[in-house]
Design a protein around this ligand. Structure first.
Ligand code: ADP
Length: 488
């Protein structure tokens, strides 16, 4: 199959969250299964063209947006050679430091134009390359209009008409809802501006329109797929997702063990495995030194690596932390950025609890690896979590996750059984400061009082395999079904 992935993020070029990890790894896994894949990204100002060896590929690509013909250029990187990555260069829209917002987390006001343009340009690029896809696979609201354009503008196009449109939703809370003043520019039709397609209380909802037009829609874990068919986690889209019937489902993300594995992690002082944890002890010491924690192998370190947004439950952790630190002998290693109130709180915490809390407010790939490797436990109390990658990384690093049982956290972490010592982590149901306190207490008491259980869980966690191969096979199955439906 020939598969074109259209996404606003992809490692190692541009990343704000898990979407980038998925789009960095899934195409490789699909290529490994024998499929031909290309990835299309915007050329953001923050992408280091020299480092990633981008080369010009097309000087002029004309893209019709409403009545405006926009001209852009295209660059290419070959990465590891298996999957070509194309970058749409349009400085008016992408020559900025941020992907979606400025340094104060204010959304760029022209985001609806930027990403409608990007989605349309991606399809135009396939045409100009004479690259005939079987599958156009769009990710999140930023690329959702691509599956709509496919149906609205390319239904009769000899190159694109046969392609099935797949939409993967990585987080239903981000839908791309904007005023109608951009609708003409997007080139979408007013006949599609109605409540079951693009209209959302008088505004334009890109994700909703994408859901309507996609041949198949999926999200990134089976439990989150169920959770989003009703109730608050559907963020208002339950009727539209339900209407898809079995054309909406959850496929668990895999992880890229080439990047996230203690046996070959370039940021860790020594490689380690379940049979030889000396490298984990060295990573812990490095972490404690890096974040100015007291260097002590006997105290459990709880890691947190997160975007600071309401979804992640870190405000609730904040309400429990003073009690946890008063009652338990434990350390915290925190890495995150986002919400300014949380940034201030966690930044100041390190000064309030010197040697016991270490925090770095900002973005650091290196520190995120050191926290995964050097911590003993990993706290992820999300209100909701479409899949979550950090808890899966934690399992592989023998860093037992403490999670709320929701979405992908529920699907990937197995509850500790205090009778047998089985399980891979510690789960709780309802997000409250008491639940966080109790579950952290349960994990910490397991560290001190039942070290044999802790060691057995670590071994079990490290043996879990969430590699992309299985998930990629499910995507192939999804593509096949979508193509079968399109047969006359
Ligand atoms: P989400 O996509 O909601 O942010 P995931 O758990 O799926 O959550 O993925 C988060 C990814 O982003 C992980 O790879 C994690 O290591 C990374 N990440 C999040 N915040 C930071 C940060 N401040 N510094 C470095 N990496 C981060």
């Amino acid at each position: 199959m020939k598969i074109a992935m259209i996404s606003s993020e992809c490692v190692p070029y541009a990343k704000t969250g898990g979407l980038a990890d998925v789009v960095g790894a899934l195409p490789q896994a699909l290529a490994g299964l024998g499929h031909e894949v290309v990835v299309i990204l915007p050329l953001y100002g923050c992408i280091d063209q020299e480092k990633h060896r981008l080369s010009p590929c097309m000087e002029q690509l004309g893209v019709w947006m409403g009545n405006t013909l926009e001209w852009c250029a295209v660059h290419q990187a070959t990465g590891d050679g298996k999957v070509p990555v194309y970058f749409i260069e349009h400085n008016k829209y992408f020559q900025r430091d941020g992907l979606y917002h400025d340094a104060w987390f204010n959304d760029y006001p022209d985001n609806p134009r930027r990403f409608a343009f990007f989605s349309r340009a991606a399809l135009q690029l396939l045409r100009d390359l004479y690259w005939m896809p079987d599958i156009v696979h769009a990710h999140d609201w930023q690329a959702a209009t691509a599956v709509a354009y496919l149906k609205v503008w390319h239904w009769n196009d000899p190159l694109l008409a046969k392609a099935a449109g797949i939409l993967t939703i990585h987080n239903l809370a981000y839908q791309g809802v904007y005023g109608t003043e951009h609708y003409d520019y997007s080139g979408l039709r007013w006949e599609h501006f109605k409540p079951d397609i693009f209209e959302d209380h008088g505004r334009v909802n890109y994700l909703k329109g994408g859901i309507h037009f996609a041949d198949r829609v999926n999200t990134v874990s089976p439990t989150y797929a169920k959770e989003t068919l009703s109730g608050p986690l559907s963020c208002g889209l339950a009727p539209f997702l339900s209407a898809k019937g079995d054309r909406y489902l959850g496929i668990l993300n895999g992880v890229d063990y080439a990047r996230w594995s203690p046996g070959n992690d370039r940021y860790l002082p020594l490689p380690y495995s379940a049979d030889d944890l000396a490298g984990k002890a060295a990573a812990k010491e490095l972490l404690q030194r890096t974040l100015a924690l007291a260097v002590d192998p006997t105290v459990p370190v709880i890691g947190i690596v997160s975007r600071f947004v309401a979804q992640k439950g870190l405000d609730v952790v904040a309400s429990a932390l003073d009690r946890i630190l008063a009652d338990m002998v434990v350390q915290f290693a925190v890495l995150g950025a986002g919400d300014k109130v949380l940034e201030q709180y966690y930044g100041a915490l390190a000064a309030r609890y010197p040697g016991r809390v270490g925090a770095y407010i900002g973005y650091s790939d290196e520190l995120s690896h050191i926290i995964e490797g050097g911590s003993d436990l990993f706290l992820m109390p999300s209100q909701y979590e479409p899949c979550g990658l950090n808890q899966i990384y934690s399992l592989r690093y023998g860093t037992l996750p403490i999670v709320r049982a929701t979405g992908g956290l529920e699907d990937t972490v197995e509850q500790y059984d205090e009778k047998t010592g089985a399980g891979t982590g510690f789960k709780f149901q309802y997000l409250s400061p008491e639940a966080v306190y109790d579950t952290v207490g349960w994990a910490v008491s397991t560290w001190y009082d039942r070290p044999a259980h802790f060691a057995a869980m670590r071994r079990e966690a490290m043996a879990k395999d969430f590699s992309w191969e299985e998930s990629a096979k499910r995507y192939v199955e999804l593509y096949r079904r979508a193509l079968e439906d399109k047969k006359p």
